[in-house]
Design a protein around this ligand. Structure first.
Ligand code: HEC
Length: 198
């Protein structure tokens, strides 16, 4: 092998190595770019999938502090939704308007009696005077006496006599703890026992 052959070989060899290096670099760059592109696509897909999962596993209800603004609706609920409010409000509105009146009437007319049973009140309080007619108190078994006081002052009149006191009968029959309702019921009970229609 002479020098010339050596140089020619070296030149060819260097050229081949150079081309190989160049191809390698190009391939590396290409692979890198392609990989990055695929990664991007994958990342986007994953991101989308995560959002969808988050949407799907949303809790049905969420605690909200008083005054905290309502969360914005992200998606329209249902296509037919707009029709629903039209059909529904009629009744609740009517109810809301009616309810207070009905409730007021009920309160005025038929409020449930929450006091003690009138028979008990009579026995423990009124009986002391009204059984035998202490100090001219109308006796329980004397309908005429009750008829007279009823004709003179009416039901409300004789009830307020008990509340305010009358003659020898102290106000609220001496028991300040008795409520107006309890006194009313007891008077009605007494009249009923005496067989007198109020
Ligand atoms: C301390 C005795 C005494 C007690 C207790 C008493 N009364 Fe009387 N009550 C009287 C007397 C006396 C009269 C008659 C008053 C008069 O007209 O001068 C009377 C009258 C009444 C009258 C008629 C009032 C009127 O306007 O004429 C009613 C109703 C009555 N009592 C209900 C009751 C009831 C209900 C109780 C129990 C919660 C009760 N009394 C307890 C003594 C009593």
């Amino acid at each position: 092998m002479n020098d010339e052959q050596d140089r020619a070989f070296m030149k060819n060899f260097a050229t081949v190595v150079g081309i190989l290096v160049a191809v390698t670099v190009v391939l590396l760059v290409l692979a890198n770019w392609l990989g990055g592109w695929i990664d991007d696509r994958e990342a986007q897909r994953m991101e989308l999938e995560r959002e969808r999962i988050a949407e799907r596993i949303q809790p049905v209800g969420r605690l909200r502090w008083a005054g905290e603004p309502l969360p914005e609706r992200e998606e329209p609920v249902v296509e037919e939704a707009p029709e629903m409010p039209e059909a529904v409000p009629d009744e609740p509105v009517a109810d809301a308007e009616l309810e207070p009146e009905v409730a007021d009437e009920a309160r005025a007319d038929e409020a449930p009696y929450e006091g003690r049973p009138p028979a008990e009140i009579y026995q423990s309080v009124c009986q002391a005077c009204h059984l035998i007619g202490v100090a001219d108190a109308p006796k329980l078994d004397d309908p005429d006496a009750w008829r007279r006081v009823l004709d003179a002052r009416g039901l409300d009149g004789i009830i307020s006599s008990v509340i305010q006191g009358r003659g020898a009968m102290p106000a609220r029959a001496g028991r300040p703890g008795l409520t107006d309702a309890e006194i009313r019921q007891t008077v009605l009970w007494i009249l009923d026992e005496a067989g007198v229609e109020p």
